[in-house]
Write a protein that binds this ligand. Structure first.
Ligand code: PLP
Length: 449
């Protein structure tokens, strides 16, 4: 029974990113099954998952092929590592497939069990790279406030979430943060393009201040996800690319959310037309069916790192079951033309409906790239005002209304976001909008009351 499960959960299970005592009193919803874009809970309620879990179940739930591949691989070779002098077929095949899919000369993969580990790998990769090239002091990594790059000490330091930095002694040294290109919240009187340029130029200012010989890399998501689906003004990424090129700074694109079709191309870097030296991958790589991530690096980095013993690795780097599942996921994505489905069917239909949300009294801006989208909630669209209540309060209200209406949508402060499975059909989208409008209307009534 649900109540018993909730009591056990409250007694023994510490949930990530949760105030566990309060959650325990409320009782977490117990998810028991899932199929397509719908979850089922222990009470038999069907919930439309507009977040694809945590931005990851790109091909949707309930694909038997992945279960079968996992079972087969577990029988054949459930585990072996790729440290020292061994390798195995799933890791070889997946690395080769990723080299084929990744743009340019991003041809080499260092595996991890998820995005956090992969970003930790990146910190050590870029510092080792520059040290091997004779620049051991070129070890500062620039990132952005409000970014999320993971929860390990290293990746949380790369991230710029104030709430995370307030706990547990991060950031580690030699990580520097510049401002994000969030025009709605921070653009003031500037036009989006003026603001985008100013925010990109902060990278140049930081490099000049810290010293060109000290800055190793810049890391960012092509579209900032957990920070609120912040889509940079058009001018931003070309300017960032120019600055990285000019000062010989490695560009790390964190593709953990944007990768594997989310933005309408295989990678968000292609959508934003940037040329990263390293890409972080995870989530959609296996559609969340198995924990796997990695860093894809270019030929030159692989050659330089390969010249020394890179003293870094995880027990589960390239785990055979996870790698086999990821490979099957990519096979399905190609066979079923899921990236094309996003580009030609799902994203255009979603975009037209999403952008119409600005007509709702609570909604200021509506932003969308491919299948990731956000709305800003505001009491006054013209001035882009924030609600007077604590940041996030209105977001919480909306989020909880969605939850009660069997729709998983996330909130970040006063932004509401979605990142649904990529297989979403127009009929699913119609159903999603019935629930979105109902939830927004109810939230508005609650706020006014
Ligand atoms: N990078 C980005 C952009 C993410 O969104 C996340 C997770 O949400 C991570 C890294 C961390 O990945 P993981 O949770 O697999 O460690």
């Amino acid at each position: 029974p649900t109540a018993e499960l909730q009591a056990l959960d409250a007694a023994h299970h510490l949930h990530p990113f949760s105030a566990n005592t309060a959650l325990g009193k409320e009782g977490a919803r117990v998810i028991t099954r899932a199929k397509g874009v719908y979850l089922t809970d222990s009470e038999g309620e069907e919930i439309l998952d507009a977040m694809a879990g945590l931005w990851c179940v790109n091909i949707g739930y309930g694909r038997d092929e992945l279960a079968e591949v996992a079972a087969r691989q577990m029988r054949e070779l459930p585990y072996y590592n790729t440290f020292f002098k061994t390798t195995h077929v799933p890791a070889i095949a997946l690395a080769a497939k990723l080299a084929e899919l990744a743009p340019g000369d991003l041809n080499h993969v260092f595996f991890a069990a998820g995005g956090s580990e992969a970003n930790d790998t990146n910190i050590r990769l870029v510092r080792t790279y520059w040290a091997e090239k004779g620049h051991p002091n070129k070890n500062i990594i620039i990132s952005r406030h409000n970014a999320y790059h993971g929860s390990t000490v290293g990746s949380a330091s790369l991230g710029g979430m104030a709430g995370m930095h307030a706990q547990g002694g991060i950031p580690i040294p030699n990580i520097h943060h510049i401002n994000q290109p969030n025009w709605w919240a921070e653009g003031g009187d500037m036009t989006p393009e003026e603001f985008g340029l100013a925010r990109a130029r902060e990278l140049e200012e930081a490099i000049l201040e810290l010293g060109e010989d000290r800055v190793a890399a810049f890391i960012a998501e092509p579209v900032q996800g957990a920070g609120g689906v912040i889509v940079a003004p058009d001018i931003y990424w070309p300017e960032i690319q120019r600055i990285c090129d000019k000062y010989d700074i490695l560009l790390i694109a964190d593709e953990v959310i944007c990768g594997f079709g989310r933005t309408g191309n295989w990678f968000g870097s292609q959508t934003m037309n940037i040329r990263p030296h390293i890409m972080t991958i995870a989530k959609g790589l296996s559609s969340g069916y198995a924990p796997i991530g990695g860093s894809i690096v270019n030929d030159e980095i692989a050659e330089v790192i390969g010249g020394t013993e890179f003293n870094h690795g995880y027990t589960y780097s390239g785990h055979p079951v996870a790698a086999a599942v990821a490979l099957e996921n990519l096979r399905i994505m190609e066979e079923e033309k899921i990236v094309e489905h996003v580009r030609d069917v799902a994203a255009p239909y979603l975009k037209q409906k999403w952008e119409a949300l600005v007509e709702h009294p609570l909604v200021g801006e509506a932003k969308i790239v491919g299948m990731m989208a956000s709305i800003a909630l505001t009491p006054d669209k013209a001035s882009r005002a924030k609600f007077a209540s604590d940041p996030g309060t209105v977001g919480y209200i909306c989020r909880d209304r969605c939850f009660a209406n069997n729709l998983i949508m996330r909130h970040v402060g006063d932004r509401m976001i979605i990142s649904p499975p990529l297989i979403l059909t127009p009929a699913d989208i119609d159903e999603m909008f019935v629930r979105i409008y109902k939830s927004l209307d109810e939230a508005q009534a609650e706020i006014i009351a």
